[in-house]
Every structure is written in structure tokens, then in C-alpha cells.
Design a protein around this ligand. Structure first.
Ligand code: BGP
Length: 451
């Protein structure tokens, strides 16, 4: 019997891109007037980062961006998600502008455009100016106040060439994890009330980012958040488990997505917080819930859920032998790329979803005879993309996909050990070698289809 041909096509105009972030690739931590970030400081703390690695030299992208954009172009990559380093532009977080920092991003975005690459700019990817941390950091409204000026400044300066803006990246990571003792800079262990407050202050920054784009972004400017929402996968795709996934997803994401999409914290969330609820002011939620154009999702893994015997959503955790990447937190769960976009569009009515990060980290990506044969990454990306394609075919409004990461880079507390790139970087020589996954991705982009 002949089977119909399998079709792994993506919609016309689907955006294929790669992602990276300033503190992870630029290096040049103290060049041309850049101020210290909380990650620069945290990396000096003994034992904080594997092997005592620092954010310098990373990929020295600060000095090598032209060569990197030429490589992107050769790989057929037309969309690049980058971030701007706040402390390059305002070394103290607010106050005096460092023109050299801003000039750098003007040169950088010009060069991207010359190479035929469209910038997707994240305003903040975790590198808070240390000076702001010294004044209270995310615990305090000092940060959103400073962020308002920072966002106005960058959108005014780059708005003529940047049309796609992402406000902040993964609120949970630089608030709940960073202040909740989970090993992210600045690395504190605060109580629940303080942690909830850091989330609220981050939401205010998101709101200011949207406001700045509307006020100064010019024609065609679009913006949204990149969120690492809590992701669940129904164990079986039956009505009972799918409904359980819905319920769990809606409850788990209320601290970040409800204020943005529903104009405030839910009563349920505030009750759950009790005395630890965040303090807010009148007017906060009209800023936080300003309409956005899209939602970015960073999806790597997902937990499993089913309808439990007691009728409630029951979470199931992968066992020790469940297959994982070299990052313990990153178990293989391709169906996360089906369910996260679908659930977010159903629960919050999101009309345009972009997967702004997806990828995997391994420690044994080596270059041999000029090649890096990262079969594990090809298979990872392929299996996840199939699920994304299935989600789109079932009607989920996903418009684009960005691989994390273009280059092996400074992977936060894993330093330079954990390699997430589709391009290998030799950190001693700064030599770039496209891995098998990059060559495969080039073919996928060209065909607009999984191959
Ligand atoms: C996301 C971040 C990225 C990237 C990736 C890999 O959370 O937005 O910056 O680093 O995860 O994660 P990690 O380096 O923590 O393993």
C-alpha cells in the first residue's frame, strides 16, 4: 500500500532565526565605557560558575560581529534575535549615557541589515547594571524607573532600523531564581514576599518596554515579551488529560501572564500569596497590560500531566533514566513544542506566538577534520520541530522559530562547558565551525520544511 507523502512544510512567510544574548557572546565586559553587570560581579564569586569562567572573552562578538553576520548570511539565516547590554548604554543603570555603547549597537544593527539579516532586539537579557543592584535591584522600583529611560533611549536611537522588540527575557530566571536561591545572578535567597515583588517590578519593565515602542518605535514597530512559561504536556492526548493540562497551565502561569493578558493578578493568585503578595500601585496594571503584538516562548522541556484519580490535574516527573541532554534540567520532551504554544493561545488568547528559544546543550561537541558532527542536536531539533509543525497544522498561531543558540557561548553557571550552539566556537582561537546542525538548519530554512 502506498502511504500519502509526509508533509513537514511550514507556512509561507514563517520566520526562521537564531537567538543569542549580549552577556553570553559579546565579551568586552569593560571595553568602551561599559559598566559592571550583576553577572560580571556574580562570576567573580568563588564557586558560582563552573571552572571559574568569566563573561570575557565569550565569543568576542563585540569585535567579530561582521564575520559572525557573514557566517549567518552564508547559513541562510535571515532573522537574528540579539539583546542589548543595558550597562553598555547606561553604565550606572541610569544617569549618564555612554554614547560609545549606543554607537556600538548602531554599528551592529547597521551591519546586520547590510548582511540582509533582520534584527529582533531583546531590551533586557539578565545583565542588570550592578549599580542598580546596589540600590536595591529588582526588589525596588528603582529598576523600572531606570528601565523606562533606558527603553526610551534605545528605541529612539534604533527605532529606524529595528522593528521587532522583545521587552524582557524570562522574567522567572532573573527574579524567582536569582532572588530565590537558585544560582542566578545576583544570587540571593530572599523570602517569598521579596521574590514576588521582584516579579512585579519586572512586569513594570515589560510595560515600559511596550510603552517605549509605541511612543518612539515608528511605523511597523512590534513588541512582546519572551517568556519561559511553565510548560505541561498531557500524558495522553485524550480529552481528560488535555483538560488537565489546560487547568494546570492556567494556574501555573498566573503570576506573569495574567497581569499582562488579563490586566491584573487573579484573586486565586493573590489568595495563594497571602501575606507574601506583591505591593502594587494604582496604574501599574494599565502599564503592564498594554496590548502587545506577539508573545515569545522559550521552550526547552516540559512536565507531564494527567487527570488524576481524584479528578485533579496530576503532575508526573521524569525518572532518573528518562533521556536528557547534558543539562540535568533539560530532559527530552519534543511535545512541549506542540503544547506550550497551543495552551498559551487557548488560555490567554495569544494571536501571534514566536518560539524565541529552543535548543539543547552538550559537552562533547568537538571539531574533528574540520567538522562537528552533533547528531544529537540534529535529532533534538528535528523531533521538536515536527511537533511545532503539528501544532501549526492543528491551528496554533505560531509565526516563527529561533534556535538557541547561534554560537557556543557563556552558558551562565555552566560557563563555557555546556555548548548550545549550532556553530562551534573554539574559545581559545575564536574559530567558528558550523556544526552538522547548522548545515541541516540551512537546508530546512531553504526548503521551509523539516528534512
Ligand atoms: C534560557 C536563556 C538563555 C540560555 C538557555 C540555556 O533560559 O534565556 O540565555 O542560556 O536558557 O540555558 P542554560 O544556560 O541555563 O542551560
Amino acid at each position: 500500500m502506498r502511504l500519502p507523502p509526509s508533509s513537514f512544510h511550514f507556512p509561507r512567510n514563517f520566520i526562521w532565526g537564531v537567538s543569542a544574548a549580549a552577556p553570553q557572546i559579546e565579551g568586552a565586559s569593560f571595553v568602551d565605557g561599559k559598566g559592571e553587570s550583576v553577572w560580571d560581579r556574580f562570576a567573580r564569586r568563588r564557586g558560582a560558575i563552573l571552572n571559574g569562567d568569566r563573561l570575557d572573552p565569550a565569543c568576542d562578538h563585540y569585535h567579530r560581529y561582521e564575520q559572525d553576520f557573514a557566517l549567518m548570511r552564508d547559513l541562510g539565516i535571515r532573522h537574528y534575535r540579539l539583546s542589548l547590554a543595558w550597562p553598555r548604554i547606561f553604565p550606572e543603570g541610569d544617569g549618564k549615557l555612554n554614547q560609545r555603547g549606543l554607537d556600538f549597537y548602531q554599528r551592529l544593527t547597521d551591519s546586520m541589515l547590510e548582511h540582509g539579516i533582520t534584527p529582533w532586539v531583546t531590551m533586557f537579557h539578565w545583565d542588570l547594571p550592578q549599580a542598580l543592584e546596589d540600590r536595591g535591584g529588582w526588589r525596588s522600583r528603582v529598576v523600572p524607573e531606570a528601565f523606562a529611560t533606558y527603553a526610551d533611549t534605545i528605541v529612539r536611537a534604533l527605532g529606524d532600523r529595528v522593528k521587532n522588540w522583545i521587552t524582557v527575557n524570562e522574567i522567572r530566571c532573573f527574579t524567582v531564581q536569582a532572588y530565590g536561591g537558585v544560582g542566578k545572578a545576583p544570587g540571593f535567597k530572599e523570602g517569598r514576599r521579596v521574590v514576588n515583588q521582584t516579579v512585579h517590578n519586572a512586569l513594570l519593565c515589560h510595560g515600559h518596554g511596550v510603552r517605549a515602542v509605541r511612543e518612539h518605535g515608528g511605523r511597523g514597530a512590534r513588541c512582546g515579551l519572551s517568556d519561559n512559561c511553565e510548560t505541561v504536556i498531557p500524558v495522553t492526548e485524550t480529552p481528560a488529560d488535555v483538560a488537565a493540562a489546560h487547568e494546570w497551565f492556567a494556574e501555573a502561569n498566573q503570576s506573569i501572564l495574567s497581569p499582562i493578558y488579563n490586566g491584573g493578578y487573579s484573586d486565586e493568585y493573590l489568595e495563594k500569596c497571602g501575606a507574601s503578595r506583591p505591593r502594587f500601585e494604582r496604574g501599574d496594571f494599565s502599564l503592564i497590560s498594554l496590548p502587545t503584538d506577539f508573545l515569545g516562548l522559550n521552550i526547552y522541556a516540559g512536565l507531564f500531566v494527567r487527570r488524576g484519580a481524584d479528578g485533579r490535574a496530576q503532575l508526573l516527573f521524569p525518572s532518573a533514566s528518562y533521556p536528557r541532554t547534558d543539562s540535568a534540567w533539560l530532559h527530552l520532551a519534543p511535545r512541549a513544542l506542540y503544547w506550550a504554544p497551543r495552551l498559551v493561545s487557548k488560555v490567554y488568547g495569544v494571536k501571534n506566538v514566536y518560539v524565541t528559544e529552543n535548543g539543547c546543550g552538550y559537552d562533547d561537541d568537538v571539531v574533528k577534520n574540520g567538522e562537528c558532527l552533533d547528531l544529537h542536536r540534529v535529532e533534538y531539533l528535528r523531533s521538536y520541530l515536527k511537533e511545532l509543525q503539528r501544532s501549526i497544522a492543528d491551528g496554533t498561531p505560531v509565526r516563527g522559530y529561533f534556535v538557541w543558540c547561534f554560537l557556543d557561548n557563556f552558558e551562565w553557571t555552566d560557563g563555557y562547558t555546556r555548548r548550545f550552539g549550532i556553530v562551534h566556537n573554539n574559545f581559545k582561537t575564536q574559530r567558528r565551525t558550523p556544526k552538522l546542525s547548522a548545515l541541516w538548519y540551512r537546508a530546512v530554512i531553504a526548503a521551509n520544511q523539516i528534512l
